[in-house]
Design a protein around this ligand. Structure first.
Ligand code: FAD
Length: 428
């Protein structure tokens, strides 16, 4: 049995459809490695087009970042503005990616509706805040660029921002009505149920240990079985291991942590995020928060370790909660957990095709709830015969971080530096 991290989501999720470990040798059209949002969306899309698929995960479906994230469905690319993206990857490819990102939140809520996924889905908007003047200036420019690309995003007057957020900690913010939230583990399990219903074979506790070419096919081997297929989809994001040479080195796994409180009294809830919005700020260590449907408050940030036992990082988040929202002083914390996001060198999501019949989609840089659906569908479209210039994102070569093996030291040092910079900037 897979051990899930002790998250609020695990305690409140809908029951998981049971999936066995792979214990046999199977054949199908496509084998998918990783049963998170990316892998399950690809599988569901393919199965509905009549393609037979098997999905294998080392743990249980939804065990990775998909079952542990903040559940914020945010439709903007994490770092770059559309104008920057056009310069980076070309106008045509850039426009396809930007438009796909802009539609990505609506896509999730459409999936929830189509498959009747019971996952506390709410599309009540997203407030993005700037933590100091420099960030506000940069963010206003980015908003302009996103607006020119067609985004419905409006800068909030300071008074309006304080009123909506229930906090006077930020001077500048913007509102995007397309944003929203889900209970992420229930969403993953809903996708799983839909995929199983469409005929996908899903196996848990089935780590793929090798991928070997055999004639025109690939054979994915696990400890107790194998799947032969002509196509392979790698959907392992921050949990990517050495299965495909060089893929692990193309992302740095960075920890994001989350904490959740007991149910906050209604009087207090009326004073913050009262329309059910989510929020995220512009700090390098990113603070992001929301309520769940029962009224528990969640705050997350980048962290150092995904262990719930690493006290100091959670104390920092707890302290910051009360700085941002003094009305939460004295509220008890009930859950804390962490997981891995995948950071790429250019802060862009990537679709790779490193060999005939093999696709890999990853690198959401902490903004993957909505984007994983885009990438999962793009990989399915590629397999179904779409031209590369029709896909939501370009097919790029795998490009590794230099000195990747030292990433642990680098990330820890960067986190200290980020904290320091964020705190200094808050004082400006
Ligand atoms: C704490 C936290 C908070 C976050 N908050 C947000 C948020 O609010 N909004 C947002 O947009 N994004 C957020 N993210 C990011 C988002 O969760 C991820 O980008 C997204 O879930 C990635 O989905 P995925 O399916 O690609 O990968 P994952 O869900 O991580 O799944 C990868 C799977 O691959 C499996 N795997 C790896 N290697 C193998 C192998 N060899 N064989 C078989 N299986 C294998 C793993 O077991 C894992 O289940 C957050 C992430 C974390 C950790």
């Amino acid at each position: 049995m897979t051990d899930f991290p002790p998250s609020l989501w695990f305690d409140t999720a809908n029951d998981a459809p049971q999936v066995p470990p792979l214990g046999d040798d199977l054949s199908c059209d496509v084998v998918i490695v990783g049963a998170g949002f990316t892998g399950l969306t690809a599988a569901l899309t393919l199965a509905e087009a009549g393609i037979s698929c098997a999905v294998l995960d080392s743990e249980a479906p939804g065990w990775g970042a998909s079952g542990r994230n903040g559940g914020q469905v945010n439709p903007l690319l994490p770092v770059h503005s559309p104008d920057y993206v056009y310069r980076m990857i070309g106008q045509g490819a850039g426009e396809r990616l930007v438009q796909a990102a802009l539609a990505s939140a609506d896509d999730i809520f459409a999936m929830v509706k189509k498959y009747r996924i019971d996952c506390e889905a709410r599309q009540n908007g997203w407030i993005r805040t700037a933590h100091f003047k420099g960030a506000a200036i940069k963010f206003e420019k980015q908003c302009e660029s996103w607006r020119r690309a067609g985004a419905d995003i409006s800068v909030l007057e300071t008074g309006d921002l304080h009123e909506r957020l229930g906090s006077t900690a930020y001077e500048m913010g913007a509102f995007m009505p397309a944003g929203g939230c889900v209970q992420p583990l229930s969403y993953a399990r809903g996708l799983l149920k839909a995929a199983l219903g469409a005929g996908v074979k899903v196996f848990g506790e089935s780590r793929v240990t090798s991928l070997e070419k055999s004639g025109d096919d690939w054979i994915a081997k696990t400890a107790q079985g194998s799947v032969r297929a002509s196509k392979v989809v790698l959907a392992t994001n921050g949990y990517t291991d050495n299965l495909w040479p060089g893929l692990k080195e193309s992302v740095v796994p960075v920890i994001s942590i989350q904490m959740a409180t007991e149910i906050v009294p209604e009087e207090i809830r009326k004073s913050m995020l009262k329309n059910g919005e989510t929020f995220a700020d512009s700090r390098r260590t990113i603070y992001y928060g929301r309520f769940d449907v029962a009224g528990r408050f969640l705050l997350g940030s980048l962290g150092q370790s995904d262990s719930f036992k690493d006290g100091p990082q959670y104390q920092r988040v707890a302290r910051e909660t009360v700085t941002l929202f003094p009305q939460l002083e004295g509220i008890k914390w009930t859950h804390r957990w962490g997981g891995r996001i995948a950071v790429t060198r250019d802060f862009m999501p990537h679709l790779h095709s490193p060999a005939e019949g093999v696709l890999a989609g990853l690198g959401y840089n902490g903004r993957g709830v909505a984007m994983s659906g885009v990438v999962g569908r793009a990989m399915a479209a590629h397999i179904l015969g779409a031209r590369e210039d029709e896909l939501a994102l370009p097919v790029t070569k795998i490009s590794g971080y230099p000195f990747h093996r030292f990433h642990g030291i680098g990330v820890r040092a960067a986190m200290h530096w980020y904290n320091l910079r964020d705190n200094m900037e808050r004082m400006l």
